[in-house]
Design a protein around this ligand. Structure first.
Ligand SMILES: [Zn+2]
Length: 260
């Protein structure tokens, strides 16, 4: 048994030129709405997976600890993912695993919450949080370019609580769930591949952030290395195509899923 639920954790505004990198505005704006300031609505579409033995959250949006810092991005319609999980039928304490594709603030902000003493603590006290070791090392020694994308209080309390488990290589997490590592956007990003009787799916995170990025050369200016991001996206897409997977797009506010 594997059931998945999409959780729309909220939206922010991203500059279209940044989101679609070297692609001329003429082309991307024909396919993705933009406002008069060139800003695009970007989603943060998380996933919740139930199996016989696990309740797994995959990525968790911006959270609510940094609203002041993130004003430029105009976060809106944000939800408390723990309430969304309650609506599905579970308490946050029942979440067994939290998979974090990578440690940029728009993917892991809900990993921790502020307690009554205003200290950040793990939002899922009984869960094992999965981050790749490559991503962790990269976060602990960030490049100048990437430094501003990491907020320590999103993940250090999880590490301090002993709840962090490092993914060292591609692994089978469960019978029907596989974690694969991809570089380029950031080192060791986790893509989650899973399947049930209805089909095969993938959560590529920022390897393929929107449906527009299915085009190989459409990259994002936030990619650490365009060269590597393109090669890694091709590696991911070749396999996803061969497996006839449905992709779930994290950042596409208008297209939830897509197939080749
Ligand atoms: Zn992102």
């Amino acid at each position: 048994m594997l059931k998945y639920h999409i959780i729309e954790s909220g939206y922010f505004m991203g500059d279209g030129g940044v989101m679609f990198g070297a692609v001329p505005k003429k082309y991307w704006s024909a396919k993705y709405k933009t406002d008069e300031n060139n800003m695009c609505v970007m989603s943060m579409r998380c996933l919740f997976i139930e199996t016989e033995s696990r309740r797994i959250l995959i990525d968790n949006g911006l959270g609510n600890k940094h609203n002041n810092k993130l004003k430029f991005f105009q976060p809106h319609n944000t939800v408390d993912i723990r309430d969304e999980i309650r609506k599905i039928g579970y308490e946050p304490e029942e979440v067994t695993d939290v998979i974090i594709s990578h440690l940029h603030f728009d993917h892991c902000g809900g990993s921790t919450i502020l307690n009554d003493d205003n200290e950040a603590v793990p939002a899922y006290p009984n869960a094992t949080y999965h981050v790749s070791l490559k991503q962790w090392n990269n976060y602990r020694k960030p490049s100048l370019f990437e430094k501003g994308s990491f907020f320590a209080d999103n993940i250090e309390p999880v590490y301090d609580a002993g709840q962090l488990k490092f993914v060292l290589e591609d692994i089978q997490l469960d019978e029907n769930i596989r974690l694969e590592l991809y570089d380029g956007h950031t080192p060791g990003q986790i893509a989650v591949l899973f399947e049930n009787e209805d089909g095969k799916y993938a959560f590529p995170g920022d390897v393929v952030p929107t449906s527009l990025n299915l085009q190989l050369s459409w990259l994002c200016a936030y990619d650490n290395s365009m060269v590597v991001a393109m090669e890694e996206k091709k590696r991911f897409m070749d396999k996803a195509k061969a497996d006839n997977r449905t992709l779930i797009f994290y950042h596409d506010a208008y297209t939830t899923t897509g197939k080749f």
